[in-house]
Design a protein around this ligand. Structure first.
Ligand code: HEC
Ligand SMILES: [Cu+2]
Length: 359
């Protein structure tokens, strides 16, 4: 017995190493097991609690079964059948009460937090209110207090509660930023969901649609850019300023106006497609074509221009079934016109986001 224990002890460093390795798992910008704000931390706590209880149950049950299998196995030469026991009040009470206690330990905090996570902070004057509207296949973010409407990149200040109202314009989608909070469905009017998120640190967090919503569901990504309070205020001011002036050829502007601004706004008004204000500061084109792989690098201008071109020329190839394709059928561009549109949009940058974009 002693010998076996020594052998097992030698494996301890291996297990300790494994624990260390696994605890480093999970990207900061993408993973629920590397929480980056108080909501995600509490949710991670719930996961840890339930996994710990499950592990404890598995270990104890397996230990007892192995003990019984080995201790009471049939010995060589043993032919008699041991005493048969049926029913034991004491044991039965024990193995009923223990699971009840374990379930209570699980249920009480779970129920408590489920309601806490859906708390409506929209009346809290320190919270920032955001109305999230999901569309096939993009995300619209409206800030009612500031009269701002934007898309794909949700800009938030750090260490503040962001009170989120979720709704959908078409089918059901689900709003999910794994490192900030668990997912929540976007429903139609009458059954709207509320949640809140909070980010501790400045960073760009990746968001996903987590409800199968059509052929381009897998490409329905968005980002949450958490910036400091001053940057956020500067961003609000920039978003409320007049749209950037068109400095190119007026004929190309006419083309842009008739074939693009019929669906896209450059101010904060509601439009059929994403607001294009400050497009040159976005993390991606159409949510899925990333303009840089990693926040430690600057946004890559050439890559963005290439993505814009790809998108405008053939949005269907990028996101099958998207709502821009139909509006583009029959629209032809000269190279000159396309260059000017790409140039205008990719250079429409917001100064407030230069730092986080490393531009
Ligand atoms: C029929 C309406 C319509 C027309 C016309 C249209 N778009 Fe779009 N556009 C959309 C929709 C809808 C989306 C969102 C698609 C998605 O991601 O599923 C979009 C997405 C975009 C995006 C990505 C925005 C982002 O936040 O990443 C850009 C850039 C864009 N359009 C540029 C243009 C340009 C330039 C033109 C004119 C040449 C144009 N669009 C014409 C509806 C339209
Ligand atoms: Cu989806």
């Amino acid at each position: 017995m002693m010998k076996r224990w020594h052998a097992a002890k030698r494996l301890l460093p291996l297990f300790a190493g494994l624990v260390l390795l696994l605890s480093a798992c999970g990207r900061e910008d993408l993973s629920a097991i590397n929480p980056q704000g108080p909501v995600a931390e509490k949710q991670y706590g719930l996961m840890t609690l339930s996994i710990s209880i499950m592990t404890l149950v598995v270990v104890v049950v397996f230990a007892i079964s192995f003990y019984v299998i080995i201790r009471y196995r049939r010995k060589p030469g043993q032919n008699d059948i041991p005493k048969q026991v049926e029913g034991n009040h004491k044991l039965e009470i024990i193995w009923t009460v223990i699971p009840i206690v374990l379930l209570l330990i699980l249920a009480v905090p779970t129920a408590k937090y489920v309601f806490a996570f859906a708390e409506d902070y929209s009346k809290d004057e320190n919270a920032i209110k955001v109305n999230v509207t999901s569309h096939q296949y993009w995300w619209e973010f409206e800030y009612p207090e500031y009269g701002i409407r934007t898309a794909q990149d949700l800009i938030i200040p750090t260490n503040k509660k962001i009170a989120i109202n979720l709704r959908t314009q078409d089918v059901l989608h689900s709003f999910w930023v794994p490192s900030l909070a668990g997912k929540m469905d976007t429903n139609t009017e009458g059954n709207l969901n509320k949640m809140y998120i909070e980010a501790t640190k400045e960073n760009v967090y990746r968001g996903k649609c987590a409800e199968l919503c059509g052929p381009s569901h897998a490409y329905m990504d968005f980002k949450v850019k958490a910036v400091n309070e001053d940057t956020f205020k500067a961003w609000v001011n920039e978003m409320n300023a007049e749209p950037k002036a068109w400095t190119g050829d007026p004929a190309a502007y006419d083309k842009f106006k008739t074939s693009c601004l019929s669906c896209h706004a450059l101010d904060n008004s509601q439009s059929l497609g994403p607001n294009l204000k400050g497009l040159g500061s976005r993390e991606s084109i159409a949510g899925i074509m990333l303009n840089r792989d990693n926040v430690s690098e600057p946004i890559n201008q050439d890559l963005m221009e290439q993505h814009l071109r790809e998108w405008i020329v053939d949005p269907e190839r990028v996101k099958p079934g998207n709502a821009m394709t139909n509006g583009m059928t029959g629209v032809e561009f000269t190279d000159e016109e396309l260059d000017q549109i790409v140039d205008y949009l990719s250079n429409y940058k917001l100064d407030s986001l230069k730092e986080i974009n490393k531009q």
